[in-house]
Design a protein around this ligand. Structure first.
Ligand code: ZN
Ligand code: ZN
Length: 207
C-alpha cells in the first residue's frame, strides 16, 4: 500500500460504503470480546453474534423509531422528526418543532430509519442493542470509533494519506456528490489531530 511512492494517495469511497447499515463489530455484553451486529433487512431484524462465547441476540429494527412530519404552528415551515415507536399511538403525534421548539401536531408516516440510526452510531454504540462499538478510543476528550475492521483501515488510510482525491468518474458512477469522507467529523480531519488519531486507530487495529 503506497510503498515506494513519493506521496500516499488516497481515493475516496462512495458515501454509502460504510454506514449505519454496515456490519458492526461490538463488545459482547456477556464476555467482553468482539461480536458482530448484522442487519437482515428483508426480515427487518438485527442479529448479534459473539464469536467467543456464542451468545446471540436478535431484535426488530423497524420497531425503534417512527417518523413524524408536519408544519410548524409558529413558522409554517415543514419539518420531520423521529420519535421512539413506543411513544406513538395512532396516526397523529404532538411533537416539538425541531427548528423552533414550538409544539405542533404532526402526522406519523412510514419512515426511513437512517437518520436516527446514524445518531445512535455517533454515540459509539450500535443502534439496535446499544452495545459499545469494539473499535473506539478517546482522543482529546472526543470519542474516535470505527464500525468494523474495514472501516478502521479506511480511516487510517484516509487520515495518513498526503493526497486525498475523489476518483475520476466518481460522481457519475455513484450518482452522488458526496463521498465517504463527507461523513467524517471535522475534528477527525483537522490537520493538527491527524497524526495522533492515526496512532490511536493503529492501536485499535492491534486489538
Ligand atoms: Zn461473548
Ligand atoms: Zn417551528
Amino acid at each position: 500500500m503506497g510503498v515506494g511512492e513519493m506521496k500516499k494517495r488516497f481515493d475516496d469511497l462512495p458515501y454509502s460504503a460504510f454506514s449505519a447499515f454496515s456490519e458492526m463489530t461490538v463488545v459482547c455484553p456477556r464476555c467482553g470480546k468482539a461480536g458482530t451486529v448484522r442487519l437482515d433487512r428483508e426480515r427487518s431484524r438485527a442479529v448479534f453474534r459473539c464469536g467467543s462465547c456464542f451468545f446471540q441476540n436478535e431484535t426488530t429494527t423497524g420497531d425503534h423509531f417512527a417518523q413524524v412530519t408536519g408544519r410548524c404552528a409558529a413558522t409554517g415551515r415543514r419539518f420531520r422528526v423521529f420519535v421512539p415507536k413506543e411513544k406513538v399511538r395512532g396516526p397523529k403525534k404532538r411533537v416539538r418543532c425541531p427548528l423552533c421548539g414550538e409544539w405542533t401536531v404532526g402526522e406519523v408516516t412510514p419512515e426511513k430509519p437512517q437518520a436516527p440510526v446514524y445518531r445512535e452510531v455517533s454515540k459509539a454504540r450500535d443502534p439496535y442493542f446499544g452495545y459499545p462499538l469494539y473499535f473506539q478510543g478517546e482522543f482529546r476528550g472526543r470519542t474516535v470509533w470505527a464500525l468494523n475492521r474495514e472501516h478502521l483501515q479506511y480511516l487510517i488510510d484516509y487520515l495518513s494519506a498526503d493526497l486525498r482525491a475523489v476518483p475520476a468518474g466518481f460522481r457519475e458512477r455513484t450518482g452522488t456528490m458526496r463521498s465517504q469522507a463527507d461523513r467524517l467529523p471535522a475534528f477527525l480531519k483537522s490537520a493538527k489531530n491527524r497524526e495522533g488519531i492515526v496512532k490511536l486507530l493503529a492501536r485499535l487495529q492491534a486489538k
